[in-house]
Each structure stands twice: as structure tokens, then as C-alpha cells.
Design a protein around this ligand. Structure first.
Ligand SMILES: [Zn+2]
Length: 151
């Protein structure tokens, strides 16, 4: 009774598994769905209904497109059946991606800063300037290239 929202897709697509537009990797969606279905079977000893599967799948597609990680979504999807929920988007909104994950760092460590010791997290990628102060290394996620100063 909580699932009256059919607004995920404006058009009624007869073949929801075959949508090449949008998300690049359908395998990621499948991973989330596999986790969801497995958790559902465990919690309720029966497979989810097609409607539930569609709702969760639409949520997974939306969230993956929004940049949520597969691992995070699998974890959240596994929690839905036990709570009787199908709205993965809502659930994800209340559980933002864990911060301070190395996976969030796009750049590899340059192997030179932090005195040559790889920091356990990217924010430790500092290096000493000539005047002895610490500055963000160019491999630091918050590094801002120096602006050329000329009038
Ligand atoms: Zn560095």
C-alpha cells in the first residue's frame, strides 16, 4: 500500500530489461537486483513480485546513473525486504554514501608526497614547501593548481 508511485517511468515499456539508453553498465543493475532478490528470498521465503522487482530495479538504475556505487546499493537493496520497502531511491537518500572511502579518490598517489609514505587516506597527501609549510600535493583530491599571477 506504500507503493502507489508508478512515476519512475512515464512510458509503459514492455521490455524494461532491454534499455540501452541511460546507464552504461546493466551488469551493475543486475548485481544490485541479485542482492535484492537473494535478500528477499531469505527474509520472506519467496521471490519478490514483478512489481516490486520493477520498482527496485528502476531505483537502482536511477541511483547508479546518479553516481552511487554498486557496493553501496547492494547493501541498501539487501535491507529493503526485511523492512517491507521497495523504494530504493528513498532508502539511499537517507543513507548517503559513506565518506572517506579511498574509492572516491580519482587520482593515484604520486609516490612522492607525505615524505614518501603512502597516506592511508587521500587527505594526507601533503608535502612540505620550501618554506617548511605543508601544502596539498598535486595528487591531493582538494588540490587547486596555482593561478598564474599577472595583471
Ligand atoms: Zn602526491
Amino acid at each position: 500500500m506504500a507503493g502507489e508511485r508508478e512515476a519512475a517511468e512515464p512510458k509503459n515499456n514492455d521490455n524494461p530489461t532491454d534499455s540501452p539508453a541511460g546507464v552504461g553498465d546493466t551488469g551493475d543493475v543486475d548485481k544490485v537486483m541479485d542482492t535484492y532478490i537473494a535478500a528477499y528470498m531469505t527474509a520472506l521465503q519467496m521471490p519478490p513480485s514483478p512489481g516490486e522487482t520493477r520498482t527496485v530495479r528502476a531505483g537502482a538504475v536511477t541511483l547508479l546513473a546518479a553516481g552511487r556505487s554498486v557496493g553501496s546499493l547492494c547493501k541498501l537493496a539487501a535491507e529493503l525486504p526485511g523492512k517491507g520497502w521497495t523504494d530504493l531511491v528513498q532508502h539511499a537518500r537517507k543513507n548517503p554514501e559513506a565518506t572517506a572511502r579511498p574509492a572516491a579518490v580519482s587520482k593515484p598517489w604520486c609516490r612522492e608526497c607525505n615524505y614518501g609514505q603512502e597516506p592511508t587516506f587521500a587527505a594526507g597527501r601533503m608535502r612540505e614547501r620550501a618554506d617548511g609549510r605543508l601544502e596539498k600535493c598535486h595528487c591531493h583530491p582538494g588540490y587547486v593548481p596555482p593561478q598564474p599571477t599577472h595583471a
